[in-house]
Design a binder for this molecule. Structure first.
Ligand SMILES: Nc1nc2c(ncn2[C@@H]2O[C@H](COP(=O)(O)OP(=O)(O)O)[C@@H](O)[C@H]2O)c(=O)[nH]1
Ligand SMILES: [Mg+2]
Length: 352
């Protein structure tokens, strides 16, 4: 899953990136580990040669949104943003005498400005497409792909004109497929990181809290973070990290909050494969089948799929090991249509 940081210059994108890339700060792409105590327990029990946690790919290589007049997004930004699975909007919510910003600090304004521009960008694509469909005779013939596009785009145009992002619409499977096909930016899930001042690092003020609640009520995950504080903490050794987090009243580092918001927004769950050579945690879209899980591991395993051996995490934990769970009759054999549950341990029997 590819997540890109977007926002104005000086909002704190690079600071947040460095905080969650564990202080490494090398390059602008990082595999951010998904914190999961269940995975840690499985690894401690299995003691595999290699333990691979689930990760989310975070990139900080998009152009800054341009403050002032003119277009907000560069062409390069648009091209890169279309490839992302999720947009993570870093919003400036801290005052500073030393770090410049193009305007006064106003998180709500910045959120609306960026959202409006995403909507406008999609609206132009929709209008261009409708213009071309006007000339198509098949667009007037029910059942043709052009016809379906036209009906869908006319509805989307009306919504976009009212400032509603495509992600806020209830789409059928077919409509969602069209939206994906066109890589609409306002259709992509968005998470908002409110970059607050040091003093609010652990306990954001009432304004920030109500903004988070407001965003949540329209289905946008948001969290507060002090990128500066977290970047400094990330550079410490683990022991000192825990102390400083506690001092700020933080229960977990920024990376954990970020990943949780991303996971929720994308509708992801985690399943595990507990091999002696490699034990691994895998992100998977909620509602996916065992066949899809097999394909996530390797397309060959999906092709040769016979059955999935499944132990739920609760059963694994109660039994203490895979073998014990099997001995207690807790291992189930499931077919390709089985809907994988969060925490399932899977072993795919396959012909490959
Ligand atoms: N006081 C304060 N300064 C911050 C914070 N986050 C970022 N900055 C500063 O703001 C400036 C811009 O931050 P940067 O991460 O480069 O923003 P970007 O342009 O969005 O990548 C830098 O000087 C940072 O040190 C914060 O939470 N508090
Ligand atoms: Mg930057």
């Amino acid at each position: 899953m590819k997540v890109g940081l977007i926002g104005f210059a000086g909002a704190g994108k690079t600071s947040l990136f460095q905080a969650v890339a564990e202080g490494a700060g090398k390059g602008s792409i990082a595999a951010v580990r998904v914190p999961d105590p269940r995975f840690d327990k499985i690894v401690a029990q299995v003691r595999p040669k290699k333990a691979t946690p689930a990760t989310v790919t975070l990139t900080d290589d998009l152009d800054d949104a341009q403050g002032g007049t003119g277009r907000l997004f560069t062409q390069r930004f648009l091209d890169e943003a279309r490839k992302l699975d999720l947009l993570l909007h870093v919003v400036r919510a801290f005052e500073s005498d030393v770090a410049p910003y193009h305007a006064s600090v106003d998180p709500q304004r910045d959120i609306s400005t960026i959202e409006d521009e995403l909507v406008l960008t999609d609206l132009q694509i929709v209008e261009n497409r409708l213009e071309r469909l006007k000339k198509s005779t098949t667009a007037r013939t029910p059942g043709t792909p052009d016809y379906l596009d036209r009906v869908f785009f006319e509805r989307v145009r009306a919504e976009l004109e009212n400032g509603r992002p495509i992600r806020a619409l209830d789409l059928t499977e077919d409509e969602a497929a069209i939206a994906r096909n066109y890589q609409f930016l306002s259709a992509k899930p968005m998470v908002v990181a409110l970059n607050v001042s040091e003093s609010e690092a652990g306990r954001p003020g009432p304004e920030i809290q109500s903004l988070i609640a407001k965003l949540g009520s329209v289905g946008t995950q948001a969290f507060a973070v002090s990128a500066e504080v977290e970047r400094e903490i990330a550079q410490l050794d683990p022991e000192a990290q825990r102390e400083f987090l506690a001092d700020y009243g933080l229960e977990e580092p920024a990376s954990a909050r970020l990943v949780r918001a991303v996971y929720d927004s994308l509708g992801l769950i985690t399943f595990f494969t507990a091999g002696e050579n490699e034990t691994r945690a895998w992100p998977l879209r909620r509602g996916s089948t065992a066949l899809k899980a097999a394909d996530t591991i390797h397309s060959d395993i999906a092709r040769g799929f016979i059955r999935a051996e499944v132990v739920s995490y609760a059963d694994w934990e109660a039994a203490g090991s895979w073998e014990a769970a099997v001995a207690q009759g807790r291992m189930r054999l499931e077919g390709r249509e089985y809907v994988v549950q969060d925490g399932d341990l899977l072993h795919i029997r396959n012909k490959s």
